[in-house]
Design a protein around this ligand. Structure first.
Ligand code: SER
Length: 332
C-alpha cells in the first residue's frame, strides 16, 4: 500500500460533507451552488430533483423531511457533517394549508434535530428562522430580543423552532445555528409562496404589455436581502467559533429595507416604461404585522455580519441575471 493511498484515506475521513435539505428550493439552490463552486462536497436532499442544470451533477437523495427514516438514510449514507435544513412552507402558502405547513415545518425540524443529536458524523446544523417571528408590537425596527407575536402558521413554526433549537443545543449538545432572514431576492430558483415574493416576481413582468399587479400596498416597507448576502451569512455563521455566539435564539440580520414603490422607482431607472398597479390581498395584512427593518448589531458583533448589496445593486444584479427559470407559483 503506497503512502499516497493512505493519505487519501485520511483526507476522505476528515472531509466535510454538506447536506442540503430543501436543495431544490430558493435558498437551497444558491447555497448548493456556492459550496459546489468552492470545491466542497455537497449532497442534495429534496422531494424534487434540482431544476438548475449545474446542480444536476451532484448526488441527489429524494427525501421528504416528514419521513425521519428516509432522512436518516440520506444523511447517514453520505456521512453528512454539515446539515442545512431549508425545507419549509413560507408565510402565504402556509396560511392556505395551515396543518400541512405546521407538519412540514415543525416535524421536519424535529427530525433533523433528533438525527443531529444521535448521528456522530453531524457536526453542525444551519436552520433559518425569519422576520415572520415578529408581529404587532415588535415596532418598526425589530430588536434582537424584541416582542414576538407571530401572526402566521409559518411565523409560529419559526418562533417555536427557535426554542426547539435552543433546547437541543442546551440539552442534547446539538450545534445548531440560525438567522432571521428577511425577504430573499435571487434568480436561480423561485421562492415557495412568501409575502415578500413580489420583489422577485416583479422581475418576470418588466416588459409585458400589461402592468405588473402588486399584491402589497405601494408603501409597505419590508426588510429585504440579496441572495449573495443570505448565502454568505449562512456560511459565515456556520464557520464562526461556537464560543463567540452569545445569542441563544436566531440572529437578526438586516441588509436593506424598501417598499414596492421604492423598488419600482429603482426598476424604472433601467426600464422607464415599467408600470405597476396595486391590488393588495391577504398578504398585505401579513406584511403589515412585520417590522420595516431589523436591528442586527448582535450578528455584526458576534460573527462579523456585514451585508454588501443595497437596493441599487440588487436591481442591477436582478436585471443582469438570466431569467431562465420557471415562473413563480401563484398564491392567491
Ligand atoms: N420570505 C418569507 C415570507 O415571505 C419571510 O421569511 O414568507
Amino acid at each position: 500500500m503506497d503512502a499516497s493511498y493512505i493519505l487519501r484515506i485520511f483526507a476522505d475521513m476528515n472531509v466535510d460533507v454538506h447536506g442540503i435539505i430543501g436543495a431544490s428550493g430558493q435558498l437551497g439552490t444558491e447555497i448548493a451552488l456556492r459550496l459546489m463552486e468552492a470545491g466542497e462536497r455537497v449532497v442534495l436532499l429534496d422531494i424534487k430533483a434540482p431544476s438548475y442544470a449545474p446542480l444536476q451533477e451532484l448526488p441527489f437523495e429524494k427525501v421528504d423531511v416528514r419521513d425521519q427514516g428516509a432522512l436518516a438514510a440520506g444523511l447517514g449514507g453520505h456521512k453528512v457533517t454539515h446539515v442545512y435544513h431549508l425545507a419549509a412552507a413560507l408565510s402565504a402558502r402556509g396560511e392556505q394549508e395551515p396543518q400541512w405547513a405546521w407538519d412540514l415545518n415543525m416535524n421536519g425540524l424535529l427530525h433533523v434535530l433528533e438525527l443531529a443529536a444521535s448521528m456522530d458524523h453531524i457536526a453542525k446544523v444551519f436552520w433559518p428562522s425569519s422576520i415572520a417571528v415578529f408581529g404587532p408590537g415588535s415596532g418598526p425596527v425589530a430588536a434582537q430580543t424584541g416582542h414576538r407575536l407571530p401572526t402566521t402558521v409559518y411565523g409560529v413554526s419559526k418562533n417555536a423552532g427557535e426554542h426547539w433549537c435552543a433546547w437541543y443545543h442546551q440539552h442534547r449538545g446539538v450545534d445548531v445555528r440560525s438567522v432571521r432572514y428577511p425577504g430573499l431576492i435571487g434568480t436561480l430558483a423561485p421562492p415557495g409562496g412568501g409575502t415578500t415574493d413580489y420583489a422577485v416576481e416583479v422581475f418576470d413582468h418588466l416588459h409585458g404589455a400589461a402592468p405588473y399587479t402588486c399584491f402589497l400596498e405601494a408603501q409597505e416597507k419590508l426588510p429585504m436581502m440579496h441572495m449573495d448576502d443570505a448565502v454568505t451569512g449562512a456560511l459565515q455563521l456556520l464557520a464562526a467559533p461556537r464560543a463567540a455566539l452569545q445569542c441563544a435564539e436566531a440572529y437578526n440580520i438586516g441588509a436593506m429595507s424598501f417598499s414596492p414603490e421604492e423598488l419600482f422607482a429603482e426598476i424604472r431607472r433601467h426600464v422607464p416604461e415599467f408600470k405597476a398597479v396595486f391590488a393588495p390581498d391577504f398578504r398585505q395584512a401579513i406584511a403589515a404585522g412585520w417590522p420595516d427593518a431589523m436591528d442586527d448589531a448582535m450578528a455584526r458583533r458576534d460573527w462579523g455580519w456585514a451585508p454588501q448589496v443595497g437596493l441599487e445593486e440588487l436591481v442591477r444584479s436582478m436585471m443582469a441575471s438570466r431569467r431562465d427559470v420557471q415562473p413563480l407559483p401563484q398564491v392567491s
